[in-house]
Design a protein around this ligand. Structure first.
Ligand SMILES: O=C(O)CCC(=O)C(=O)O
Ligand SMILES: [Mn+2]
Length: 230
């Protein structure tokens, strides 16, 4: 296999991305069609209790293009006044987040071998215009525990960077049913979502999510006693 020359942002898709960083795992097709539907049933129940909501950037209040919700003891929330934070309640309903579905707790254990379960499941919904800029999963999330993420619905172009924001970025095409997880030396890797490929999967529309799009579920562990929560 010849080496292709590397531009600043080389385009590499899953089958070519043989040199993912140590600690970064991409499991294409981890869930088959039935497995994907089953997870979506669980997520639909979570969203019925904790609907997707509009996040906003700290200070500017600029809206995030990705709509979000959460399950677990903590949820990730951001708005102009409060900035990025983890909190126990949904910002618009005021209710505690529903529990993380057991299917996802099992996934976490199976993949990572971690004894302590995740206590946050961020639910990201991407429509045709949504994207997520390069970032590290930092804040109060535990650096000892990995991050596990499940893709459902339309394909996404996932960006895998390095430990510095300036490091070259490679593009990884994520399909419905793929799982990505990263920990150890890759725990603080820069990553993001450049965009989705609208209409590339019928999973969400088949399951009654009228607008199609992509759902991503991100499991993390937050190291903070729950009695300190807002
Ligand atoms: O949507 C994805 O695949 C990644 C989501 C992500 O990085 C995050 O929520 O922190
Ligand atoms: Mn992330």
């Amino acid at each position: 296999m010849g080496h292709r020359s590397r531009s600043r942002h080389p385009t590499l898709f899953a089958s070519e991305a043989v040199d993912l960083p140590p600690g970064f795992h991409h499991l294409p097709g981890f869930y088959d069609a039935a497995g994907q539907r089953s997870i979506l049933v669980d997520i639909r129940a979570v969203l019925a209790d904790a609907p997707l909501f509009q996040q906003a950037m700290p200070k500017t209040g600029a809206p995030l293009s990705v709509k979000m919700s959460n399950a677990g003891t903590f949820g990730w929330v951001t708005d102009r006044e409060g900035g990025y934070r983890y909190q126990s309640r949904h910002p618009t309903t005021g209710k505690q987040w529903p529990p993380i579905p057991s299917s996802l707790l099992e996934l976490w254990k199976k993949l990572t071998g971690e004894v302590i379960p995740p206590n946050l499941c961020l639910i990201n919904f991407y429509d045709a215009e949504a994207r997520l800029g390069l970032h590290q999963d930092k804040g109060e999330s535990s650096l000892d525990a990995p991050v596990v993420s499940v893709s459902l619905g339309d394909d996404a172009t996932f960006l895998v960077g390095g430990m510095s924001r300036k490091d070259p970025v490679r593009r990884l095409r994520l399909h419905s049913g793929d799982v990505v997880w990263f920990g150890g030396p890759a725990r603080l890797i820069y990553h993001g979502v450049e965009g989705i490929v609208p209409g590339s999967s019928s999973l969400l529309t088949d399951e009654g999510f009228a607008d199609g799009g992509r759902i991503n579920l991100t499991l993390r562990r937050i190291d903070r006693p729950s009695d300190e929560m807002t």
